[in-house]
Ligand binder design. Sequence first.
Ligand SMILES: [Ca+2]
Length: 389
Amino acid sequence: MSDGLPHISTNQDEANALVTVERGDGSRINIFIDPNCPDYNSNFLRLEGVQTSLLHSLTDHDSDLKSVKGQDRALLVNLAEEVAKLSAHAGQLKMDYESLRRGQGSLGQDLNTLQTEQGRLIQLLSDSQINMVKVVNSVSDALNAMQKENVGLKARVKADLQRAPVRGARLKGCSNGSRPRDCGDLYASGQREDGIYSVFPVHHPAGFQVIQRREDGSVNFFRGWDSYREGFGKITGEHWLGLKQIHALSIQGNYELRIDLEDFENSTAYAQYGTFGVGLFSVDPDDDGYPLTVGDYSGNAGDSLLKHNGMKFTTKDRDNDHSENNCASFYHGAWWYRNCHTSNLNGQYLRGQHTSYADGIEWSSWTGWQYSLKFSEMKIRPTRDPENK
Ligand SMILES: [Ca+2]
């Protein structure tokens, strides 16, 4: 550098100055591009400053230029061109940078929008989660309340049914105090109110209410559910009182059942059950099939009913039995069939011995399954002293 001219050098190493201009007096101007600097505008300013100062230093040496020889002059001219190019390049870089910044700005805006949207979604999700929890809780509360109510209701109904005896409460009788044989007697006595009345049919005046009678085959007993629920026949002759009525009677207290039978040789036998009722524990007895409660056998006909204890009533049009068939259809009756029966008092009136199997008025422990009885009567009454049972 003894000729006093500025010397320009470039560095490959990025850690150092990109361009170094060394003046004749030995002072240096370094041009840096700092990759870590976040504000490139200051870099551009610096670059512009450097350019200016470079031009100044070139101008300062202008007087010297005149005395400089051709080769060195060409170098200086070349330097000026390079600086101009650098300047143009810097301008381009600045524009690129601005455009990048704009892009970044719009990207930043998009990012902000996305973040806002995300926040809103998270809030929404959290809100709906809270709401869902509230809904689930309230549904669950409602279900619990219903279950409690249901349990309470069941317990209450059961308690009512079991408490029902109403000892001392009497079934209504004739208004003149006499013992009615049937509803006609009641009406004749002046009773006009709806209700459950005690009647004392001719066969057994000892407080029994007849619920079924067969005696001559004059009434068709092969009937459907509604008939057996409501009752049919004539109360002074062949009839079925009706499951509804039998239920209403038997839930009033402790009832016993007596069954009287007679064959065509005029032999008689009886079976007595100290416990009797239908639908005693049913909330809806009709829906429940009027299940039979029977126990405590005594008599001389043999027991043909205990095996039916707990069974629901089956008719030809309502199958509540344990058979894969309908026992009522199969044995032409209607009874608390299991699978199917040891008795069939509502079977066909077949008049004694018959070749068909178990489809007559059967009491198997007395006459087997192929003898249809001449007479059958089922009757119930409140037990006299249930405490001693
Ligand atoms: Ca069945």
